[in-house]
Design a protein around this ligand. Structure first.
Ligand SMILES: O=C(O)C1=C[C@@H](OP(=O)(O)O)[C@@H](O)[C@H](O)C1
Ligand SMILES: C=C(OP(=O)(O)O)C(=O)O
Length: 439
């Protein structure tokens, strides 16, 4: 596809942007609904590549997932709900496409172990280098047969209808998703699951809390009272009836735009309390110069077009790094992003990609052992490569708001977590009132 000419903002923004549902919540709810005793309803789920892959994967395991018209007025606009009907037993002898979705490739092997036959998982070529070893080794330690490509996809899980479960120790320093995977399926293991982490600190910990809270919502008993140990008792999983919060990490580029361009961006439905790591954006934008207000109507971010750098450890909210790095490249003072060494194993090596692409448009970026240092420099147009990474594409869009001539490669890569990024972005720039995305 041709490169996308990132639009330059012509004046201060005045936009209300309705963001689709959270990827992380949608995929957790789908997994739990697939393992539940009864039919569940997911309201305003995200429909993007990652969640459609999850839904398709579960369908191939015998789960029924139907579109149903939403009732009443949903925050997410007119998005069909998903009604999920779990099968008696998950069907084996199937193949699953994980695309490039970390949540699919890490969560599903732990679910597939409960199927009544082998489950083959593979994904995009880029997915075959993303780390999976700790999940595979943990399943083996729990008595599950797994064939793998040396700690990566492709993986075949020898489902036998049940899993003994018990206690495992793993090194989850490369991804919190390794822990979440075992916890999500673990209530259905005969002995439940206890996961001990042993290694450098686990990144993106709010995502583990999200897993724990969604499990508790489904009636599971989870003990997370000790650091680096999580215990899920064996139990049935109750049916869910949940509304999916808007995806706060995906809101990042939009609220960042208020800071870069000046003006106001509002995100209705921003939760008052949430386990989403993206909630840290409120603090980040405030520190970088925005006026940020959260009330019952949602989040309002007002910027002047002037922004300063930040010194921040993003270990807990690593998926925000591309957005913060793009903002930093436009800031008037230096930025230091720390604590994110593991994002070398995200959709692409994000530290290398951000160094190359922000550098390619003139930014002064140094890659450190665990992050990036970015110092002010005049920026210019150029091609912004995206490496199949949705958040690289949105980082390019942020730069393009102010810098003419930024051409973003493969803007459609944003479909991984946003069905229509371009429409939403253009709507925001037109600032003609509420932008509601058809999902
Ligand atoms: O469990 C999840 O939904 C996620 C966990 C995090 O992964 P890492 O722990 O690999 O950073 C996050 O970055 C990713 O976008 C989504
Ligand atoms: C790291 C990310 O995704 P994934 O769920 O594929 O790990 C991300 O969305 O930034």
């Amino acid at each position: 596809m041709p490169d996308w000419a990132a639009p330059v903002a012509s004046g201060p923004l005045d936009a209300t942007v309705v963001l689709p549902g959270s990827k992380s919540l949608t995929n957790r709810y789908l997994v739990l609904a697939a393992l539940a005793t009864e039919r569940s309803r997911l309201r305003a789920p995200l429909r993007s590549r990652d969640t459609l892959l999850m839904a398709d994967a579960l369908r191939s395991l015998g789960v029924r997932i139907d579109d149903v018209a939403p009732e009443g007025e949903a925050v997410g606009g007119d998005v069909p709900d998903w009604v999920v009907t779990p099968p008696e037993t998950l069907t084996g002898d199937v193949s699953i496409d994980c695309g490039l979705a970390g949540t699919v490739m890490r969560f599903l092997p732990a679910v597939a172990a409960l199927a009544d036959g082998p489950v083959r998982l593979d994904g995009d070529p880029q997915a075959r280098v993303r780390p999976m070893g700790p999940v595979i080794d943990a399943l083996r330690a729990l008595g599950v047969d797994v064939d793998d490509g040396g700690g990566h996809l492709p993986v075949t899980v020898g489902g036998r209808g049940r899993v003994r479960g018990g206690s495992v120790t793993m090194d989850a320093s490369a991804s919190s998703q390794f822990v979440s995977a075992l916890l999500l399926a673990g209530a259905r293991y005969d002995e439940g699951i206890t996961v001990h982490h042993d290694g450098k600190p686990v990144p993106s910990e709010p995502h583990i809390l999200m897993t724990v809270e969604t499990l508790r919502d489904a009636g599971a008993i989870v003990d997370d009272s000790e650091p680096n140990t999580w215990r899920v008792e064996p139990s049935e999983i109750n049916a869910l009836d949940v509304s999916v919060e808007p995806d706060l990490s995906n809101a990042g580029p939009f609220v960042a735009a208020a800071l870069v361009v000046g003006g106001t961006v509002r995100v209705p439905g921003w939760p008052q309390h949430t386990t989403q790591a993206g909630d840290l954006l409120r603090e980040i934008l405030d520190t970088m110069g925005a006026d940020v207000r959260l009330d019952r109507s949602g989040l309002t971010v007002v910027g002047s077009g002037e922004l300063v750098g930040i010194d921040i450890d993003l270990h807990d909210a690593a998926e925000l790094t591309p957005t913060v790095a793009a903002l930093a490249a436009l800031a008037s003072t230096p930025t230091w992003i720390r604590g994110v060494a593991h994002i070398r194993g995200h959709e692409t090596d994000r530290l290398a990609a951000l160094t190359a692409e922000l550098g390619g448009v003139g930014a002064h970026v140094t890659e450190t052992e665990d992050g990036l240092r970015i110092t002010p420099a005049p920026l210019h147009g150029g091609r912004f490569r995206t490496y199949h990474d949705h958040r690289m594409a949105t980082a390019g869009a942020i730069i393009g708001l102010r810098v003419p001539g930024v051409h973003v490669e493969d803007i459609d890569t944003t479909r991984k977590t946003l069905p229509d990024f371009v429409g939403l972005w253009q709507g925001m720039l037109e600032g003609t009132g509420p932008v509601v995305l058809a999902r």
